[in-house]
Design a protein around this ligand. Structure first.
Ligand SMILES: C[S@@+](CC[C@H](N)C(=O)[O-])C[C@H]1O[C@@H](n2cnc3c(N)ncnc32)[C@H](O)[C@@H]1O
Length: 362
């Protein structure tokens, strides 16, 4: 699910050009070789380095400016580790050049405590021996404004980079006990990223009326309204508690329709589970709240980058970033979304629909 780090750095490179600053003057020749090595270590590979060109690999987080980076979705820590490695390289380079820098800080958010603990411990290992402060925050990223913005040291208007790689991690889907996967299982239909907050999917189905459920499948699952209605009514009456019970209810509701092939319900299953997951975790609401806090959190020259996987999320990001850049307070860094290369898609099929959009505060 990780868009290669080179893509994020690419956004940094675009930002550099937008600011009209020369890369070499800012980064220093010493760091260049390590930066390229680091990128190929992340899987960018020689081919990709060449195709993106020299000027594209400037990171947007700079130690000399007292970098504060917020990774809203730590996941397995892939992006955070790559950022941390780069911060360590910058510190070393500055030391060699006899310069001091304020200790960079990396905030890592995740709703999922096990992912967060795993990611933070790995990133702390990356930073061993370097003065980079890593802080794990077990929280929905909708609270990033209060948790980082209200911080006595970091405060508002100081963040260099906000990154959100939204949605689920493969580890969460692969663990059938979490109830995210539509594969056959007797696991409880939970689907929450944070199992100590909110209500599980089985309870959500019981609590909301069939009209609201119908709306979930029409708007978030983009299913035809007739199908959504039948599905909502069947779920409301059957009240599934496990993944298998949910699958059975979906099959029953969807095979009732006219001219439905026997495989129709199987084809719709991923969309139906996805719609329910988005609703249970209020994923669109969290994204909207996160984006509202971007203007006050970022420093001038700071960047917000969001990677989305669902067209509804991407539409929200596209609209918000356009709106932010309309009055000149932000520069839109991606007039078109940055998508995974063919190489990335071949390596990681789950990343194929990822779209990265970014804005920079002027
Ligand atoms: C696609 S993964 C992130 C992968 C990560 N970039 C990496 O390099 O490993 C998404 C992560 O975001 C978390 N997540 C999803 N929605 C969230 C939210 N609203 N607040 C905080 N974390 C969230 C999930 O628990 C999951 O661990």
């Amino acid at each position: 699910e990780v868009l290669h780090f080179a893509r994020l750095a690419h956004v940094g490179g675009v930002a550099e050009r937008a600011k009209g600053k020369g890369r070499r003057a800012r980064v220093g020749a010493g760091r260049d070789s390590r930066w390229r090595g680091h990128r190929s270590g992340e899987g960018g590979g020689e081919g990709e380095s060449e195709s993106e060109g020299e000027g594209d690999s400037s990171p947007a987080w700079r130690c000399e400016e007292g970098a504060i980076v917020v990774d809203c979705t730590a996941g397995m820590g892939g992006h955070s580790a790559a950022i941390a490695r780069d911060l360590c390289c910058q510190i070393e380079d500055m030391k060699q050049r006899g310069k001091n820098c304020a200790t960079p800080r990396l905030f890592m958010f995740d709703s999922d405590i096990s992912n967060l603990q795993y990611a933070v411990s790995n990133v702390k290992k990356v930073c061993e021996g370097h003065s980079v402060e890593v802080e794990g925050v077990h929280s929905n990223f909708r609270h990033v404004g209060e948790r980082v913005g209200g911080h006595p040291v970091e405060g508002e208007g100081k963040v260099s980079y906000i990154l959100a790689d939204i949605g689920f991690c493969s580890t969460q889907v692969d663990d059938v006990e979490r109830g995210f996967s539509y594969r056959m299982s007797d696991a409880v239909l939970d689907m929450r990223y944070n199992q100590s907050e909110g209500i599980p999917a089985w309870q959500f189905i019981r609590n909301v009326g069939s009209r609201q459920l119908e709306n979930v499948f029409t708007s978030l699952g983009e299913l035809p309204s007739g199908v959504s209605k039948r599905l909502a009514l069947t779920l409301s009456s059957h009240k599934p508690h496990t993944v298998n019970e949910m699958r059975a209810a979906v099959a029953e509701a969807l095979t009732k329709g006219k001219n439905r092939s026997p495989s129709f319900h199987a084809e719709q299953m991923p969309q139906i589970f996805q719609a329910l997951r988005i609703a249970v975790n209020d994923e669109l609401g969290s994204l909207i709240t996160l984006m509202e806090s971007i203007p006050s959190l970022l420093r001038s020259g700071g960047i917000a980058a969001i990677i989305s996987f669902h067209s509804l999320e991407d539409r929200l990001v596209k609209r918000k970033f356009r709106e932010l850049s309309k009055d000149g307070a932000f520069t839109l860094l991606t007039s078109k979304p940055v998508c995974p290369s063919d190489e990335e898609k071949a390596e990681n099929a789950r990343a194929r629909s990822a779209k990265l959009r970014a804005v920079m505060k002027v």
